[in-house]
Design a protein around this ligand. Structure first.
Ligand code: CAA
Length: 287
């Protein structure tokens, strides 16, 4: 199937980056939708900041930047956002009910041929698909943060996803300059988060237990495992709330051994979520 118009639902940390990559690398006509104007403005500002970095490094001209920005349309209206989309990528908060309602509404208003993909990292694709009348056209399309730089997209097959849908999404991800892996079964955490989240949780536990200081935990993993950033900084970068949500799903759906550490829970209770609230294990400035 030929994808021409992509709609991204959600202008947050992931949504804005996905919209940018679709307009910048894929050269797609993109609509980015959120529920409040301030979220859209914030998303557009993050896109501009990101594009300006490429311009400053002479990797892009200002003319190209403006062309990319002109390909991104914004709206608050879900119906308008999806009514002529070929592909809808959902990147709204990790709340099952909110996502199911959004899938149901998108399904009602999107053209019959449209594929609805979710960027979720913790909700079952099969469960989202069952909120629609087109489960064969629903799949997972999981980007990594920051989507502008991270090469991988996990493509997840729900219980009823068709091979044709998987093929179209794989081709589209390649047009966005991404490498893809196929997750054949809709299993919590897919591949990367099943491995990553327990590691971040253990870093939070080490810190909570006072086994080592923040900087030593991060330095140990950076230097000992060659990670680009330490686990506590990465936890801040992803958000303690998102990390906790994924840990809880892993514990509930796969094995209690994945249970979240008290240290991680404490960060969420204190709203020390990291980059998104300005403070977590580290202080985060606007940029
Ligand atoms: N847009 C454009 N350029 C950007 C950018 C953005 N959004 N963010 C960073 N950059 C650029 C910077 O301008 C900088 O460019 P130069 O080197 O040319 O100056 C370059 O990227 C490196 O950035 P920084 O110097 O700020 O910092 P860094 O070297 O640490 O790189 C990083 C930043 C790419 C994010 C790197 O630290 C990294 O790869 N971290 C790990 C990220 C990761 O693991 N992500 C996956 C999280 S898990 C997930 O997302 C899944 C889930 O479901 C939870």
């Amino acid at each position: 199937m030929d994808i021409r118009k992509i709609t991204v639902l959600g202008a947050g940390l992931m949504g804005h980056g996905i919209a940018q990559v679709a307009a910048q690398i894929g050269k797609y006509d993109v609509t980015m939708r959120d529920v409040e104007r301030r979220f859209i403005d914030n998303g557009m500002n993050m896109i501009k900041d990101s594009l300006e970095r490429f311009v400053k490094k002479s990797q892009m001209t200002e003319v190209e930047m403006n062309e990319i920005l002109a390909r991104i349309h914004t709206t608050l209206d879900l119906r308008e956002a999806v009514s002529d989309a070929d592909l809808i990528i959902e990147a709204i908060p990790e709340n099952v009910e909110l996502k199911r309602t959004t899938f149901k509404e998108a399904d009602a208003w999107a053209p019959p041929h449209a594929i609805i993909a979710s960027n979720t990292s913790s909700v079952s694709i099969t469960e989202l698909a069952s909120a629609t009348g087109r489960p064969e056209k629903v799949c997972g399309m999981h980007f990594f943060n920051p989507p502008q730089l991270m090469k991988l997209v996990e493509i997840i097959k729900g219980a009823k996803t068709s091979d044709e849908t998987i093929q179209t999404i794989t081709e589209t991800a390649h047009k966005l300059g991404k490498e893809t892996v196929l997750v054949k079964k809709d299993s919590p955490g897919f591949i990367v988060n099943r491995i990553l989240i327990p590691a971040l949780n253990e870093a939070a536990a080490l810190h909570w237990e006072g086994v080592a200081d923040r900087d030593d935990i991060d330095r140990a993993v950076k230097l000992g495992l060659n990670w680009p950033m330490g686990p506590l900084m990465l936890l801040d970068y992803i958000g303690a709330d998102t990390t906790l949500a994924i840990a809880e799903v892993l514990a509930k759906e796969i094995d209690p051994k994945f249970h979240a550490s008290p240290g991680l829970k404490q960060m969420v209770k204190a709203q020390l979520l990291g980059r998104k609230t300005g403070k977590g294990y580290y202080e985060w400035t606007q940029k």
